[in-house]
Design a protein around this ligand. Sequence first.
Ligand code: ZN
Length: 620
Amino acid sequence: MKRHTNKVLRVVLRMGALILTCLMLGGACLVPSRSLKKENLLEDYILRAFQLLRGGEPDSSEFGRWYRDLSSGKASISGMLDEIVSSPEGAQMDPAVTLDALSRLMTDTPISSEKRDQYLNYLSHGVSMHRVVWELSASPAYFGICGKVCVNPGSLGELSPRDKDPEVTMFVYTLIKDLYYGEPGSETDYDAWCEKFLNGEPVAPAVEEIVRTKGFPKANEPAGGWDAESEVQVLFEVMVGQEINEEQEKVCVDALENGMSESYVISLISETYAFQKRCTDLQLIAGEVELTEPRDQNYAMTGFLCQLYTRLAGIKPTAEEMNNFVSQTLEDPGKTRDTIVEIVSTSTSLEDLSDEEFLTNMYTVFYGREPEDNEIESYRIGLSNGITRERVLSEILKDPAFDEKMAEYGIDSYVEPVIPEKIIALTFDDGPYTPVTMRILDVLEEYGAHATFFVVGNRVKNYQDCVIRATNLNCEIADHTWSHQTLTKLSGDAVSAQINDCADTVYNLTGIRPVVMRPVGGSYNSTVSQNVGMPMIIWSVDTNDWKYRDSNHVINEILNNAKDGDIVLMHDLYETTASAVEYVVPELVDRGYTLVTVSELAEYKKVKMEKGKAYFSMRG
Ligand code: ZN
């Protein structure tokens, strides 16, 4: 009997405890009924949620916690589902399965294939499952379910930046994958970038900054390396979210191949309708790219210099080189010629070009056409005998057509020559003679000084090196007759022959024909005047170096007598003369003189020299 009573008592007590629990839990529920049926619904729901989302039942403490928290209103269904899907086991489930399960659990319907695909796409581009739970928890069906199982629908609170707007996250995904890493990994980066853009950071400048500071990622490098086409395609894809069309691609690729920067291309893309529309759709700020590099300031000029360099060197200039070239010409258009000569003299692959290719390329770049044979004959001669390409180029660039071409690029390359304050023309007769001429050239080269060498025609063949070097140093090779004949004793024809034979010899070596001559001994008469065919250059300071063969005498003659506009006579035959020149050149430079050739002297002094006329000096 006692046993039976105990048993009954135990059942009654147990029932009482259960009723008590139901009363306690039921207090939190808005639905007044506290029938076991409702509790079973919640129990079932929890078990089903775990099964569907984690593939197994919760353990009893887990179950108990959720049961308690949900019943008391401390937790919400969405909060529980969110926690299950983000747990390690939940995260291992097939996302398609999880999506369908969430749809069933939260809206009581299977997910549509359309919605599933959209979510799967988001999930694989940086959006989390949290976003899905958040979205479903806003549906009326969810509220219905919460009511049915008698729990608080709750709210999931603030979304992380990457979950706020899946379309923006998709954009950030491509940005990170294509431009940042190669492989998107860190969630922090998604959040950081999404937050920036959602907070109104302009998109185009951000893309520009990434590319400018990081370049294109090694990890994504196409076979054969990043080239203009692949860069343009990636930038367009990232910014616009679709493939670039042929026409737009050509514009962008051309820009890169003409030496413009990636920043410039990004600014081009940022101005397209497609990009602007995308930003509007995503409610992001498109922004404007600020172009700071010199090469981006003048497309035409950059294109020209880039083409020139590429033609000559066979490779494109680096960004740094391009910026240097362009900024030089933009800062000082008068230095355009110098810049071009610099390009030619610094491009290392230049040796690979034949002289013929070099000349053809020059003409094609400068004038848009191949040269006529007679236009380049002289350069061909010079190049084949050791005249440098820089020297030839500076000759080609003297053509006024060059300035016209530059004007098309908005560059005013013509400059009035800067006239030095004090100028002297040192002249050397009767050479060349290697032991002396070379010493003189050494010191001229060191001080950037020019001089005129009145050579005797029949000596040229034996001392070609001197003549070539002097020409390369921008010195003037002038005519001092073929065989050092006193011209006043010769017939008109013989005078012509003496001058022409010498001039021909010089031309056939350097490709540059002498334009001034000096009669032997400074002697001339009317026959000489009428037949030399060139201005006759005499002198205003005679060092008498041939007579004294004394360095100090030469030095004193020059330093005591030579003034602005003077023409100084010396002979590059004597070691004493070379020694004097070694002293005099630095001294004159130190005293503020610029040492020039006779032709330069006439140009600076604005003397238009005439054939057959004698010039002693060009003092102002
Ligand atoms: Zn002489």
